[in-house]
Design a protein around this ligand. Structure first.
Ligand code: ADP
Length: 184
């Protein structure tokens, strides 16, 4: 089962991904986590993307698409994946479609978490993970980038009839319950 977990920054994708990993027994692919890991380890990729993440902007499509294609080629994703933070632009979604077609795979579900903007900002400011992009100014940039570049990805998948819209307000378990219901 190939699932895309979608939503704005602070919607709870990472939290719900953790629960889905064990429940559905699927591996997690978070592009944000991969970038942060590379930054921490000062790899070539990490050095290339540090200032981009820091500014709350998007990493260029080419870099992200190559990274994800490489990753998805690994055996551990043969039975499926929970994609988190990707695709984040329509171009990335189109490239993913091509990749899936070429490899005899398909996206089964596109789970989108809906949370009001005010709540998003509160959640990010209170999660206190010390992320350099979690300051009020950068959150504003990330939400703007989300509205301009990422939200159109939802329309892209609406045309493919795989979208499950989930109310992202409530307790972690309540929200997870809604996801389970939508996926089974
Ligand atoms: P959040 O959803 O909380 O903003 P992520 O961990 O998904 O956090 O992403 C953090 C940052 O990593 C983004 O602001 C962006 O700079 C970069 N990034 C992650 N995924 C992508 C992607 N698919 N395309 C471009 N940039 C990305």
């Amino acid at each position: 089962m190939n699932i895309i977990l979608f939503g704005p920054p602070g919607a709870g994708k990472g939290t719900q991904a953790e629960k889905m990993i064990s429940h559905f027994n699927l591996p997690h692919l978070s592009t944000g986590n991969i970038f942060r890991e590379n930054i921490k380890n000062k790899t070539t990729l990490g050095k290339k993307v540090t200032s981009i993440l820091d500014a709350g902007e998007l990493v260029p499509d080419k870099i992200v698409v190559e990274l994800v294609a490489d990753e998805l080629g690994k055996e551990k994703y043969d039975k499926g994946v929970i994609l988190d933070g990707f695709p984040r632009t329509v171009k990335q979604a189109e490239e993913l479609d091509t990749y899936m077609n070429q490899n005899g795979k398909k996206i089964d579900s596109f789970v989108t978490l809906t949370v009001p903007e005010e709540e998003l900002i509160n959640r990010i400011l209170s999660r206190g993970q010390g992320r350099s992009d979690d300051t009020p100014e950068k959150i504003k940039t990330r939400l703007q980038v989300y509205r301009d570049e990422t939200e159109p990805v939802l329309n892209h998948y609406q045309n493919q009839d795989v979208v499950k819209e989930i109310d992202g307000v409530g307790s972690i378990d309540e929200i997870f319950g809604r996801i389970k219901t939508a996926l089974t």
